[in-house]
Design a protein around this ligand. Structure first.
Ligand code: SF4
Ligand code: SF4
Ligand code: FES
Length: 242
């Protein structure tokens, strides 16, 4: 176990392990901080900034993103000061303006007391992607393929395959589809094919030799068979029939 660190969050005296972030210690202790780009299995990235909190050190207060901020001895954290709430609301308004009709954003906005954006940035087109980078990080860190990435800058920033073409390294696993908070990555299955629509990639599915179900893309199964050094034919039957 790492060294224990004492800190205060919202007036509660708490302990966390050295190396933990403020968000992790808050969540371990049932303190709710809103997040959109955080997942416990993936390295934090600090994209959405909704997890803002106010920290005080040496009598100086400032706003930090709690998913990236490591705890320190004696740190005082407040998760819902006026400054935190007004900044969070402003971020939520920007997200609402960009993602009209996206349920997860609308629900979170309502929870934070924002009904509708009070402004609409002219240069922002409606877009269901909030550029949280969860899909690219899951693809790189969990799957290990790095088939997609965040490209371009400013208003043209988007998630895409290299050269905006078909994602050649995509194995069709669907991890990006499942992790996307706004559900804007589309996957279609038709007979024995699966298509990840956003990445223009289509895969033949493996048919289970026992029950006949098409259960996963052949490319995905081959990728994991080789990675895990499994014998040929290991994935001829689906997990249910094994
Ligand atoms: S479906 Fe393709 S892009 Fe998405 S996580 Fe899997 S390999 Fe990466
Ligand atoms: S596609 Fe989804 S997961 Fe990927 S950056 Fe956009 S909102 Fe996040
Ligand atoms: S959860 Fe911390 S910046 Fe998104």
């Amino acid at each position: 176990m790492n060294k224990l660190v004492n800190l205060t969050i919202d007036g509660r005296k708490l302990q966390g392990e050295e190396g933990q972030t403020v968000l992790e210690v808050a969540r371990d202790n049932g303190i709710d901080i809103p997040t959109l780009c955080y997942h416990e299995e993936i390295e934090p990235y600090g994209a959405c900034r909704l997890c803002l909190v106010e920290v005080t050190k040496n009598n100086r207060s400032r706003l930090v993103t709690s998913c990236l901020y490591p705890i320190e001895e004696g740190l005082v954290v407040k998760t819902a000061t006026e400054r935190v709430i007004s900044n969070r609301k402003m971020l939520m308004e920007l997200l609402l303006a960009r993602c009209q009709g996206v349920k997860v954003i609308e629900d979170m906005a309502r929870k934070l007391g924002v009904d509708k954006p009070s402004f609409k940035p002219e240069y922002w087109e409606k877009n269901e992607c909030i550029l949280c980078g969860l899909c690219t990080r899951a693809c790189a860190e969990v799957v290990g393929t790095s088939a997609i990435s965040l490209v371009n800058r400013g208003v043209n920033r988007e998630v895409a395959a290299p050269f905006l073409e078909t994602a050649e390294d995509c194995i069709g696993c669907g991890s990006c589809v499942y992790i996307c908070p706004t559900k804007c990555i589309k996957m279609e299955e038709n007979g024995d094919t699966r298509t990840i629509v956003n990445w223009k990639a289509t895969f033949k599915m493996q048919k289970c030799q026992k029950c006949g179900k098409n259960f996963a893309p052949v490319k995905q199964l081959e990728y994991f068979r080789k990675k895990l050094n499994l014998p040929e034919g290991f994935f001829d039957v689906c997990p249910d029939c094994r």
